[in-house]
Structures are given as C-alpha cells and as structure tokens.
Design a binder for this molecule. Sequence first.
Ligand code: IMP
Ligand code: MG
Length: 169
Amino acid sequence: MKKIKTLISSFKIKNKVNKIAGQINKDYKNKDLLVVSVLSGSVVFCSDIIRKLDIDFEIDFIRVKSYKGKKSSGKIKFLCDTVIDVKGKDILLIEDICDSGRTLSYVKDLFIKRKANSVKICTLINKKVEKFKQIKIDYFGFEIDNEFVVGYGLDYNGKYRGLPYIGVI
Ligand code: IMP
Ligand code: MG
C-alpha cells in the first residue's frame, strides 16, 4: 500500500460525527426521516452517523459515480436507485465529500422532483472549490483545500476505503 499522510485523524472524525448526529437528532425529532446514503463513498460515515441517532428513521441507498482516478469525469453515472417511496419523506442525503457539488445537486433535484417533503445535505467533507451551481450544505464535518483525499469511505480507484482516518496520497 502507498504511504498515506494523515489529514484528519480518526479521533477528530469521531468527535465530529457525534456533533453532527446530535444536531440531526434535534432537527429531525418530529419528522419522517429517510436517510439516503450516497454510495459508495458514504458507507463508513453513514454507518457511524446512524448509530448515533436516537430518533426514528428509515434508510435507503442510491449509487452514483463520477470520478475516475483523481479526476471528475464531469458526468454522473447513475448506478442504483432507492427502493422506498420518497414522497412526503424528510430526506437527509449522506455523502462522503462535496467537491464541485454536481453529484449532490443532481441527487437533491431528483428527490425534490419525486416530491419529498424536504431534502437536506450532510457531507463529511466540503472541498473549498468553486461549485458547479449554488448548493446548500446543511451539515458538514470539515472543509479542506482542493486536494485528493482517501480513507473513511473515500477511494482512489476503488482502494483505501477502509482507512480509519482521512489521508492524502
Ligand atoms: P462532485 O460531484 O464534484 O461534488 O464530486 C463528488 C464525488 O466525487 C464524491 O462523492 C466522491 O465520490 C468523489 N470525490 C470528489 N473528491 C474526492 C476526493 O478527494 N477523494 C475521493 N473521492 C472524491
Ligand atoms: Mg461519494
């Protein structure tokens, strides 16, 4: 395995997960929450978040892909759809990282079209780059500069998702 420099430690991630989940618990107390994990990158973050929720919720998954290696293809490939009817639900999209915002804009618009009651975005990392269009990030863990990161769900060509911290190759 290549050497990976730590950017965000697992200790910092754990504290942030607790903080974000605490906020979600408050905000969704009397809502019909459907957590939608945007696969594959969000698998680790999402599973840590949901284990800190003390409110009722359902979970579903959507799978999209846009990156090849360290570059975005600029196009979103739709790989797998949700199963639960989202109409009237309060959707919380959980994502690993927001870069250009293309993926999250696309997925958010899709659920709005499908008549969700509300659609909010929760991403562990927000990259400080120009967004493809204006996008509201409702919950985020960390802001980072424009560099390619791996670990805690994030991959480089499918690898490194299991690292317990976020690192830079
Ligand atoms: P966006 O559509 O440009 O916001 O890109 C979001 C998607 O690209 C994420 O869901 C990731 O799958 C991938 N991505 C963006 N930046 C990185 C990175 O630094 N490391 C790993 N994957 C990334
Ligand atoms: Mg992702």
